[in-house]
Design a protein around this ligand. Structure first.
Ligand code: GLN
Ligand code: ZN
Length: 774
């Protein structure tokens, strides 16, 4: 039985990679220093795995920015706009970073390549760009170099390659008239060349990541899989090939995947444990099955007993030599090392496991599985005793989690059970609510508003950090925030916005702010996970039944409302978004956790209403990214996600206007569900697509009110009044005017005041002009 992992976090346990990259980008360290930092991280990771006892240690799982971009460079899938840079430059690293981040220097102004989410994780990859008849060639030799680098340390690694089919499918066609999968014949020779080189250097195992094998595939895509791995087998009969799949089950691709002529197949048994039986039945008489039993993208300790049952089942069917033990997916999605968490609640900490602990779990599982097959008299040997003690300790931890008062709150559970259909429904239908709201709120045609946050200036952030360090006391900190909030209110009044916001100056992050105030959620000190490039996030850990001990936002909303006669919009983060951007408990369905959060938000909504807030926004930017990878599962998810939003938002009077906000808004295929959320007003990102995203709403005859963003807040560019007016005209052409609101695409916290002021003044004028001409 062999152990292996699919990949290890590359940011370094102290985010060394982030620091090195950012210093290099700002010219503070040399290229040599950057490369050394990378080498050190790789070395540490390899050594750590060797010491832990992992049999097949991966290489080429390291990346300075992104493993998909690495592959683009490897096969020379370099868009034309960077070619000059690549050729003129003897430094390929700079060209590489230019592709990731764009380039502005010496008369060159090149836009970055697009970035998007890696399947349903919060990791973002750089999208490969493909052209008709594109030719490839071996360009970057990173995968070969890193194999050699490890070999010099006496570690014979298993190089990891993003498989050619998945690589193509992750990309985008940049011209019409072809499908990227047609490029497979041009691409494959480069992979074969890489294999030739790796084999010559002595590599024996190669890992091909082919996560698309768990997704819906077309016939051509299936054919491409067969074509690729037949060829690999034909040319490299003695290389051992492992195909890894993750994030979903093989399902209807089971026959395809198990029939590929490879040595080993890795499956994700955390995401899809129910596939085990069927897969075992299709392994033929040679295929090795790699069991992804340790959760690679969550932070919970493995339940050894449960994993052993899976392992034993596989061993019984295939024999130990045809079984491998592994985490479910690359540990890229796990924080590095639990050892650094010295202020976590000890009870909670004993239930957790980060990347470093997960590799120990994989090794221990193998030891435990081996013990099962020892004659009884060997069990008393001291090594075996130690291993068995690990099992006992593990079972104690698992058991304590099942009953801990830290996690289980009967009141919350009972409240979830008692939810009725009526709780998820407003008192009246929108048609009736809207009359009452218009009468009560007295807003003009094309009402103007913003999405919530105003610039988080250096000063605002410095107050928070001083407060956290104890350099400002609570009263001082609050005083400063009050001043900032009052300034924002006065300024919004002055320029004539219709619905004001308090500005969110008191918030660090839209999820963290709520997480910190909810019971059942914990925060790590060092639990960083790569989000993209040098950017890392520290997701909250939802560990227990969630409830809200006291109001979370009422103080600031009520304070802001007390300063003005205009309406101030209350500002909340929705249950799906809080769920989606956290590590979530695995001892109950996500839907259940989401419902608990929804109830907490519902209480907050009620308190805001009680405090005299007449408009309340519940942000749900993450609804779309929560969609399951397989279309067949979409409706089930949308049903509970939409219901959670409705539970959060439906406890108010008809007169109270509920807004929601979503960015990254491609809604065509889920518009019905968006409508079912029944928010009185939805604000969406729209300006970059020139209002095209609005078409879905128009076609559906979306009945409620909509605020399509009229300017792109992601760019420092200040849009003109005319530009915004033109966008408004476009919106008016497809959506009835009385349904329209006027607002930016998203919150303004990343902008500075100067840009914000100019843009919003122009926006208000544009709205006025539009209503005059109406
Ligand atoms: N209310 C939040 C803000 O304005 C919304 C952020 C988001 O949609 N991501 O910052
Ligand atoms: Zn947004």
């Amino acid at each position: 039985m062999l152990t292996h992992i699919l990949g290890y976090p590359r940011i370094g346990s102290q985010r060394e990679l982030k620091k090195a990259c950012e210093q290099y980008w700002s010219g503070k360290i040399s290229l040599q220093e950057l490369l050394t930092a990378g080498r050190n991280i790789r070395q540490q990771n390899w050594q750590l795995q060797r010491e832990a006892g992992i049999d097949l240690i991966p290489s080429n799982d390291f990346s300075f920015y992104d493993q998909v971009l690495d592959m683009s460079l490897t096969v020379h899938a370099i868009p034309k706009r960077y070619r000059q840079l690549v050729e003129n430059n003897n430094n390929i690293t700079d060209a590489y970073f230019a592709m990731a981040r764009g380039y502005q220097k010496d008369e060159l102004d090149i836009t970055a390549m697009e970035m998007t989410k890696w399947f349903d994780t919060n990791y973002h990859y750089i999208v490969p760009e493909f052209y008709k008849n594109q030719q490839f060639k071996l360009f970057s030799t990173k995968v070969i170099d890193e194999y050699e680098e490890a070999k010099q340390l006496n570690i014979d690694t298993k190089p990891v390659l993003l498989g050619p089919v998945s690589f193509l499918l992750l990309g985008k066609e940049k011209e019409e008239g072809f499908h990227r999968i047609e490029l497979i014949e041009n691409l494959l020779p480069v992979y074969l060349e890489i294999l030739t080189k790796l084999e010559a250097k002595g590599a024996s195992w190669i890992q091909f990541d082919e996560p698309f094998l768990t997704l819906d595939l077309s016939e051509d895509e299936k054919k491409a899989y067969k074509y690729v791995y037949d060829k690999v087998k034909q040319f490299f009969p003695s290389l051992k090939i492992l195909i890894s799949t993750y994030f979903e089950g093989l399902k209807d691709n089971l026959h395809l995947a198990t029939a590929l002529p490879v040595n080993a197949l890795h499956i994700d048994l955390v995401r899809c444990p129910e596939q085990l039986n069927e897969v075992l039945g299709h392994c033929g008489d040679k295929l090795i099955l790699s069991l992804g039993v340790v959760d690679g993208r969550n932070i919970w300790k493995n339940d050894y007993q449960q994993s052993l049952e899976i392992i034993n089942q596989a061993v019984e069917k295939l024999g130990p030599e045809r079984v491998m033990i592994a985490p479910s997916c690359s540990l890229l999605h796990s924080p590095c090392d639990l050892e650094y968490e010295n202020s976590l609640n000890e009870e909670l900490k004993q239930w957790l496991s980060f990347a470093r602990q997960k590799i120990d779990e994989v090794v221990t599982l193998k030891e435990l599985a081996n013990i099962e097959y020892l004659p009884a008299e060997n069990l008393t040997q001291s090594g075996n005793q130690k291993t068995l003690e690990k099992l006992q300790a593990n079972q104690l931890a698992v058991k304590s989690r099942k009953s801990s008062a830290l996690i289980h709150n009967e009141k919350v559970k009972r409240r979830v059970e008692a939810i009725t259909e009526a709780d998820a429904k407003r008192d009246s239908i929108f048609g009736e609510r809207v009359e009452k709201q218009h009468k009560g709120l007295n807003l003009p045609l094309f009402p103007t508003t913003t999405i919530g946050s105003f610039p988080q200036t250096k000063e605002v952030r410095s107050w928070r950090s001083k407060f956290k360090k104890g350099e400002l006391n609570e009263a001082q900190y609050e005083g400063l925030l009050k001043q900032e909030t009052e300034k924002a209110i006065r300024w919004q009044e002055e320029i004539g916005l219709d619905v004001l916001v308090h500005g969110e100056f008191e918030r660090n992050d839209m999820v963290e702010y709520f997480g910190e105030q909810l019971e059942g959620v914990a925060f790590t000190k060092n639990g960083w996970v790569q989000s993209y490039g040098s950017r890392c996030v520290k997701p909250p850990i939802i560990f227990g039944d969630i409830h809200r001990p006291k109001p979370m936002t009422v103080f600031w909303s009520a304070f802001a409302q007390s300063l003005t006669k205009k309406h101030v919009k209350g500002m909340l983060t929705g249950p799906v978004t809080i769920l989606q951007w956290s590590f979530v408990r695995n001892d109950q369905p996500r839907a259940e956790t989401c419902t608990q959060i929804a109830l907490a938000i519902r209480d907050e909504v009620a308190d805001l209403e009680e405090a005299g807030i007449k408009i309340i926004q519940i942000d749900e930017p993450a609804i779309r990214e929560g969609l399951p990878l397989r279309k067949a599962d979409w409706q089930a998810y949308l049903q509970w996600a939409v219901k959670a939003f409705r539970i959060a938002s439906s406890g108010v009077k008809d007169e109270t206007q509920i807004h929601t906000h979503m960015c990254y808004s491609e809604f065509n295929d889920i518009i019905q569900n968006i409508a079912a959320m029944d928010a009185d007003v939805i604000t969406i990102e729209c300006s970059r697509s020139q209002m095209e995203l609005l078409d879905a709403f128009a076609e559906f005859r979306y009945p409620n009110e909509i605020g399509p963003g009229v300017y792109d807040i992601h760019s420092p560019r200040v849009p003109s009044k005319e530009e915004m007016l033109a966008l408004l005209e476009k919106a008016k052409a497809v959506i009835p005017a009385r349904q329209l609101w006027v607002n930016p695409d998203c919150g303004l916290k990343t902008r500075n005041w100067e840009e914000t002021k100019l843009a919003l003044i122009a926006m208000v004028e544009a709205a006025k002009q539009a209503s005059v001409s109406f």
